[in-house]
Design a protein around this ligand. Structure first.
Ligand SMILES: Cc1ncc(COP(=O)(O)O)c(C=O)c1O
Length: 393
């Protein structure tokens, strides 16, 4: 038997391609903050996490260009060795203050921040506890650590409490949760989660990927939204969504960040965040702070689309954020629904098992502050047309 047998017999993606409903790897030929040209046609982009619409902001682009000019196109080395720029430290200081933590550590991607932090912290004899709907990067970080991994049913804090109580007294315990769940658009019940974590003397890591720039008056995310910053030990966030770049950060106590600097393999054994990205993120933070009206616009767009979809009788689950799932159910039907929207000029994402449970396949829409009224209208009109032809019998 060859190691490659599984590749030769892997048929599913090709079958979906043959049906003309394959939704992945479409090349974008040109883009604005809210539209993408694909196959020569401009589509309204509601499949990106460009919540504040900063990817094409002149200040962000200028800062990225300036950093590239000053430091070059790449860092060509690890943070540990030649890959640390003064800009990385500037960004870390800035983010530590933003998240009200003693220190912060910047990684090359959000995914690496997840695996880098969790795997380094959860050592043999430690225990890590994850919500079943936590992002894959958190799960992978837990798997890479040498400790024991526990998964609790989504939002089941009693189940979490039972598991926390079942591990040997004195064992290290880390609870890991998304702040905003990326497939549901729902916000974690942080007060209840914190209560359980504290009662059992555990530590809490909160992934603010979809909350940064979105939740709280200043956009700091879920912990700030609930006024519980000081109860969350570690904040994890990515720069690939509201901050319009690529990279990730972990913020927390100085001693923890110092430890991660010297033990996190996903930090040490990879090249650092490139200069243009660091420069762009610093400028994106300036804009996030200087233009709070972007958040207002984001929420107004979110409300309009959520209301419009609900009015069509569509099931948008329990979303509370600009991530809006439209639950279709059966996988092939969801892919067909996605394709029909695509042909109507709207770029969404189909989310199918194993990312979501069987028969809960969905179309995911993510809103941006930069979507115009006319684009919002185009999205709703497309959903209306497709719903009428596909779902109403
Ligand atoms: C909740 C969550 N955490 C972490 C990540 C990883 O971030 P990045 O894409 O910046 O590597 C993502 C990105 O999809 C995410 O949605």
């Amino acid at each position: 038997m060859s190691i490659f047998d599984k590749c030769a017999s892997y048929a599913l993606a090709r079958e979906v391609q043959a049906l003309g409903v394959y939704p992945y790897f479409w090349p974008i030929e040109e883009s604005t903050a809210t539209e993408a040209r694909i196959g020569g046609e401009w589509k309204v982009m509601v499949g990106s996490n460009n919540y504040l619409g900063l990817t094409h902001h002149p200040k962000v682009q200028a800062a990225a260009r300036a950093a590239m000019h000053k430091y070059g196109s790449g860092s060509t080395g690890s943070r540990f060795l030649n890959g640390t720029l003064d800009l990385h430290y500037q960004l870390e200081d800035r983010l530590a203050r933003f998240f009200r933590k003693e220190a912060a550590l910047v990684f090359t991607t959000g995914y690496q921040a997840s695996i880098g932090a969790i795997a380094a912290l959860v050592a043999r004899d430690d225990h890590v506890f994850l919500d079943k709907l936590d992002h894959a990067s958190l799960v992978d970080g837990a798997r890479l650590g040498y400790g024991t991994v526990h998964r609790y049913a989504h939002g089941d804090f009693e189940g979490l409490a039972r598991r926390l109580a079942s591990v040997p007294a004195g064992a290290g315990r880390l609870v890991v949760s998304d702040g905003v769940f990326s497939m549901e658009g729902s916000i974690v019940d942080l007060p209840r989660l914190v209560a359980v974590v504290k009662e059992h003397g555990a530590a809490l890591l909160l992934d603010e990927a979809h909350a940064l720039g979105v939740l709280a008056d200043d956009g700091a995310g879920t912990a700030r939204y609930f006024g519980l910053d000081d109860q969350v030990d570690l904040i994890l966030a990515t720069f690939s969504k509201s901050l319009a770049s690529v990279g990730g950060v972990v913020a927390g106590a100085e001693s923890v960040i110092h430890y991660l600097r010297h033990h996190s393999r996903a930090l040490i054994f990879t090249a650092s965040m490139p200069p243009a990205s660091v420069g762009g993120v610093l400028a994106a933070l300036d804009v996030l702070e200087a233009e709070p009206e972007r958040r207002e616009r984001l929420w107004a767009n979110t409300q309009r689309v959520a209301d419009g979809l609900r009015a069509m009788g569509l099931d948008i689950g329990g979303t509370q954020t600009p991530v809006i799932p439209v639950i279709i159910g059966e996988t092939l039907r969801s892919l067909q629904f996605w394709r029909a929207l695509f042909d109507e000029g709207v770029f969404t994402h189909p989310i199918v098992p194993p990312a979501v449970p069987l028969n809960s396949s969905r179309i995911r829409v993510s809103m941006s502050a930069e979507h115009t009224d006319e684009q919002v209208e185009r999205v709703l009109t497309a959903f209306e047309r497709v719903t009428r032809t596909m779902l109403v019998t």
